[in-house]
Design a protein around this ligand. Structure first.
Ligand code: HAM
Length: 421
């Protein structure tokens, strides 16, 4: 036998039997996108490396360490790796917004998408090299009400998915006016404690001191006593953040202020937030996160446009639901159409009629005996069997309850009602 080929590390196949949980969280995300009046967008899975370098920041982990480079075919002009698989969608969506002049549309623009992202990280539980996000972005709204609305939307997503004990962590990291002062305060503080910092953090202190707060290895006492961004906000940012918090209170959204929440991507300004299941609040365990990125459009060559959004991790949400023992909602029961002899045309025709009526149908197209077909139907989880016999001439079929074994004759166009009744 030829040698088997395994899936790449850090990826996972979604197999039959595992899909129900996924379909459930995706359905909740789609339905909420509709109910919150977002419009769907799609962007490429790969973009120019420069887009991510400029948008997310050269020193972000996503760019510095985790970029999945992509080149063109051998011998092509683009053979060198000048693209990267998207580590996240926000930069690509803002690129599309600028490229297609979407600012002329009546705003604010409310956009959503679901899709895979790629980060060449060390794989471990809940951390993959390919993972999916439900992403929403609002462009053209400076907040603060929309900031609170998005936190509320994310919390509603977890609640409707069936996840309990989710806490929203929120913070404000200021803007171009007040962040320099805060940066300096961090440089002074951590500079005085440099010997207690890990190598990575020492390096970061130079380039991006906020990220030192992100360091999982940072000693708790050092972190606790570190300068807080909220103590360094300018008046406008302080008023903005106060308003976000008041709105969250007014809406009854459970949240805590998290002074270490600086986020790993450089485009953020003002409001940042992340979602955790209570008791699992390690950096690696966020089930979602996002924030405001008012300077990003300008950084990417567009006109100044306020923006805010989030990415909720679908893989981690499914894992968290499993850990809480939440069963996905029961699926539509499957009906098996079975028959005898060479009545395959009848089986397919009846299956077609039942499908047209909205039922989920498997037609048994084998030559097996009726008893074997019924056995097989039960094994694959069918709840009902439609048995085709002579009564078909009068428009009737046998409807067999595969749990109780009861069978009765019904008209084909009454099967759907008989099942749901
Ligand atoms: P992020 O915090 O990098 O933000 O990712 C959002 C969520 O994606 C995380 O909270 C986590 O649930 C999930 N996630 C991230 N990396 C992995 C991984 N390696 N394996 C599994 N799940 C992962 C962003 O990506 C921003 N674009 C969010 C945003 C949108 N900000 C503004 N708009």
């Amino acid at each position: 036998m030829a040698k088997k080929i395994g899936a790449p590390r850090g990826t996972h196949d979604l197999l039959p039997g595992e899909t129900a949980g996924w379909e459930h969280v995706e359905a909740v995300a789609r339905d909420l996108s509709r109910r919150y009046a977002f419009e769907r967008v799609e962007i490429p899975l790969f973009e120019r490396v420069e887009l991510f370098a400029r948008g997310l920041g050269e020193s972000s982990d996503a760019v510095e360490k985790e970029m999945f480079r992509v080149g063109g075919a051998a011998g092509s002009e683009e053979e060198r790796a000048e693209w990267a698989l998207r580590p996240e969608p926000t930069a690509g969506i803002v690129r599309a917004y600028i490229e297609h002049g979407l600012h002329v549309r009546p705003g604010p623009l409310r956009l959503w998408m679901i899709g895979p992202m790629f980060r060449y990280d060390r794989p471990q539980a809940g951390r993959y090299r390919q993972f999916s996000q439900w992403d929403v972005e609002v462009l053209g709204d400076p907040g603060p009400a929309v900031d609170a609305e998005l936190v509320e939307l994310a919390m509603r997503f977890y609640a409707e998915a069936g996840l309990t004990d989710v806490v929203a962590h929120v913070n404000s990291i200021g803007d171009a006016a007040c962040r320099p002062g805060y940066r300096q305060a961090l440089i002074d503080y951590f500079g005085a404690n440099i010997e207690r910092l890990a190598d990575d953090s020492r390096r970061r202190l130079e380039v991006n001191p906020l990220r030192v707060l992100d360091d999982k290895a940072l000693a708790a006492d050092l972190a606790d006593a570190a300068p807080k961004s909220t103590d360094h906000l300018c008046d406008a940012c302080r008023a903005h953040f106060r308003a976000v918090l008041d709105l969250l209170d007014a809406m009854g959204v459970r949240h805590v202020i998290d002074h270490r929440l600086v986020r790993g991507l450089d485009y953020y300004a003002r409001t940042t937030f992340e979602f955790f299941v209570a008791g699992r609040e390690g950096q690696q365990d966020a089930v979602g996160g996002g924030g405001r990125y008012d300077g990003l459009a300008e950084l990417l060559g567009g006109r100044p446009t306020p923006g805010i959004g989030f990415g909720l991790g679908l893989d981690r949400t499914v894992l968290a639901l499993e850990a809480q023992g939440v069963e996905p909602p029961a699926r539509v029961p499957v009906v098996a159409v079975v028959g005898t002899g060479d009545d395959h045309a009848d089986r397919l025709r009846v299956a077609g009629e039942l499908r047209a009526a909205g039922l989920a149908v498997r037609a048994d197209t084998s030559e097996r005996k009726l008893g074997k077909q019924l056995e097989a139907a039960s094994k694959v989880g069918a709840r009902w069997a439609v048995v085709i016999g002579e009564e078909l001439a009068g428009g009737e079929v046998g409807l067999k309850d595969l749990e109780s074994g009861d069978q009765r004759q019904v008209a084909i166009d009454e099967v759907a009602a008989a099942i749901s009744g």
